[in-house]
Design a protein around this ligand. Structure first.
Ligand SMILES: [Zn+2]
Ligand SMILES: [Zn+2]
Length: 114
């Protein structure tokens, strides 16, 4: 669907569809600093991938511990599943994309905590 116009929009249906078809992995597995998502875009159907850096989350977490001093890092509770905003990053140039990658659609995926 290369003729599909670039448009920044979302729909719960995109997220539901992506949840069935997309995969993700914490990378590197030993000490992850990002999550790699990949799968077909629910709208334009092109192969797409998304890179989600964990560093911001982690720094916030450490800053919180710094101020609370409640627990050692080892005793920290496992992070709960979190929702990640994924954008279509397909390599096809959609009309009206103004240099942006993908078709502009975005959706939310739920990932299990590491
Ligand atoms: Zn596309
Ligand atoms: Zn797309």
């Amino acid at each position: 669907v290369a003729e599909l116009s670039y448009e920044e929009e979302s729909s719960p249906a995109y997220g539901e569809q992506a949840a069935q078809t997309w995969t993700y992995a914490y990378v590197p597995a030993s000490q992850p600093d990002h999550i790699d998502f990949s799968g077909p875009c629910p709208k334009c159907v092109h192969a797409s991938a998304y890179h989600w850096p964990l560093s911001l989350v982690r720094e916030d977490f450490l800053a919180l511990q710094e101020t609370t001093k409640l627990v050692q890092l080892e005793d920290a509770p496992a992070p709960q599943s979190e929702s990640v905003l994924v954008r279509c990053q397909c390599s096809v140039s959609h009309p009206g994309n103004s240099g942006e990658k993908g078709c502009g659609r975005y959706w939310t995926l739920l990932v299990a905590g590491q």
